[in-house]
Design a protein around this ligand. Structure first.
Ligand SMILES: Nc1ncnc2c1ncn2[C@@H]1O[C@H](COP(=O)(O)OP(=O)(O)OP(=O)(O)O)[C@@H](O)[C@H]1O
Length: 490
């Protein structure tokens, strides 16, 4: 397979010193003679100038972001390493889709405070199952203030008798933990036609409750889940409790229906702060905090036994845990359920070993994501370049202008576009080779000295031109498009 033209791979030492005929573009050349693609022409509207980082690698070369799923040929790797993996892309796209989903016909208010586009997140809910003693609803909503999506939890029919009760939300806003759904605000409203109180939380698209994940229609596990999964839940909830108790608050909502499963093995405690407003506690906070540990023990017992009613026969079920899981796990669950753990320090010590396992898998996962990120590292640059080429090529209004016409120096850009996209093979069949496109665009963006041979469409003319000069032409042609109308285009 060939592209019609071959790279000559020549290094031209003269172009580096050549006079720049277009004042608009001066490539930034580093001490080692490389072109810095991030420092484009002055006032380049497509690039934000890099501040701290100015020494690029050889930008048309990519380090492999191994491991590859199978042995790939070099040209396959070029395309493979340039994008995130299909799995990650699909997951993110599905989350995007869920986030942007809208409800065409809705009886919900069009706007409440700064929030619009309300979509119920729990459409099966008829508001009959009382959460915290009241019917409750949860909606996704768009904030007109910051353009982010939030989850609004509405507690129906609640009247705030004491204004100061809602102030506790300010304290909750200060609790930061990656194992919690962050709360942002709370307010009362009559916009739903009743007196409701609304709590504003972070929105986590496609999340489900632990109850749904383990006991729903498509449960994650059909029987007892692996011990590593349960330890991971315990350590994540320990992380949440450390932050909550450390701020002098108590969670009061650890339950399979209130812990959200937000992505692979990531759980977050939701609904924090609601009970503190609805039913403020009079008891000493240490007593209330102690209940968080028993709730955690019950939750883990329920999941371990794969039985929502596991607490009804505690002795039998803790026996089952002893037979199915390790002694260490059984001991922690037993202590939690029976009040043997009363502070986060005690819990932290009890789960210390497992915390390192969780940390290790979190670090591995992080490495994996960073590798994925590498795949998308530079493709933004090429999109900008493609946009520029698109703006420049085939502009009918400049057909009669010499520099843009078939004979002018913009002509090589048109031929270069043909070289990238319109190559044909020996049988005159279109060559659709992503790796070729990416390689050419990378070289063009880096403006390297390598030369390429371009042939006119009628095969009568032939140009040999370096990527550096092509880049210069693109920049000057693009800058001309930006010129105000009263300045004549060259
Ligand atoms: N912060 C959030 N971000 C995104 N989705 C959420 C959020 N909180 C809840 N959800 C979605 O709403 C669904 C219902 O949540 P909810 O807490 O009401 O659970 P539930 O099982 O209906 O509990 P209850 O019976 O107490 O209402 C969850 O399964 C989840 O899909």
């Amino acid at each position: 397979m060939h592209h019609g033209f071959e790279n000559l791979g020549l290094t031209d030492n003269t172009t580096a010193a050549a006079i720049n005929p277009y004042a608009d573009y001066t490539p930034s050349i580093t001490a080692s003679g490389q072109v810095n693609p991030y420092v484009q022409g002055h006032g380049d509207i497509f690039y934000t100038p890099a501040t701290a980082y100015s020494m690029p690698l050889n930008y048309h070369l990519y380090a492999p972001s191994a491991p590859f799923p199978q042995k790939l040929l070099p040209y396959q790797r070029t395309a493979y390493s340039f994008f995130m993996s299909d799995n990650v892309r699909e997951e993110l796209q599905r989350k995007q889709e869920a986030t942007l989903q809208r409800l065409e016909a809705s009886s919900l208010p069009l706007q409440i405070n700064e929030y619009t586009q309300l979509v119920p997140l729990d459409p099966g809910n008829r508001g009959t199952a009382p959460t915290f003693g009241y019917p409750s609803w949860i909606y996704k909503a768009l904030s007109n203030d910051d353009g982010n999506y939030y989850a609004l939890r509405r507690i129906e029919g609640f009247r705030l008798s004491n204004e100061s009760d809602i102030r506790v939300v300010q304290r909750w806003k200060k609790v930061h933990s990656a194992s919690m759904v962050t709360i942002h605000n709370a307010w009362t409203t009559t916009k739903f036609g009743d007196s409701s109180i609304v709590f504003v939380y972070d929105y986590h698209p496609l999340s489900k409750t632990l109850a749904d994940a383990h006991f729903g229609q498509t449960p994650l596990f059909s029987h007892a889940p692996p011990e590593t999964v349960l330890w991971s839940y315990v350590t994540q909830m320990t992380n949440a409790l450390r932050a909550i108790h450390g701020t002098g608050l108590a969670a009061r909502c650890i339950d399979i229906s209130k812990v959200l499963f937000t992505s692979k093995m990531r759980i977050r405690l939701s609904c924090c702060g609601i009970l503190d407003v609805l039913r403020p506690e009079q008891r000493p906070i240490t007593d209330v905090q102690a209940e968080d540990f028993t709730s955690l023990g019950k939750m883990i017992l329920i999941l371990a036994c794969h039985n929502p009613m596991a607490m009804h026969n505690f002795a039998k079920n803790i026996d089952y845990v002893a037979k199915t899981y390790s002694n260490g796990f059984r001991d922690v669950v037993y202590k939690l359920c029976t009040g043997g753990i009363k502070t986060t320090s005690e819990l932290t010590v009890a789960v210390a070993d497992q915390t390192f396992n969780s940390l290790d898998s979190a670090l591995h996962y992080n490495d994996g994501l960073e590798n994925q990120l590498k795949g998308a590292l530079e493709n933004g640059r090429l999109v900008r370049l493609l946009c520029k080429l698109g703006f420049i090529n085939e502009r009918p209004e400049y057909d009669m202008e010499p520099r843009w016409s078939e004979t002018g120096d913009r002509y090589c850009l048109k031929l270069f576009r043909d070289y990238i996209f319109h190559s044909v093979d020996g049988d005159n069949q279109p060559v659709v080779d992503l790796a070729h496109v990416i390689t050419c665009l990378n070289k063009l963006d880096a403006g390297i000295d390598e030369k390429v041979m371009l042939t006119s469409r009628d095969s009568n003319n032939c140009f040999i031109i370096s990527y550096r000069d092509l880049k210069r032409s693109i920049e000057s042609a693009f800058q001309e498009l930006l010129k105000p109308p009263n300045q004549t285009r060259r």
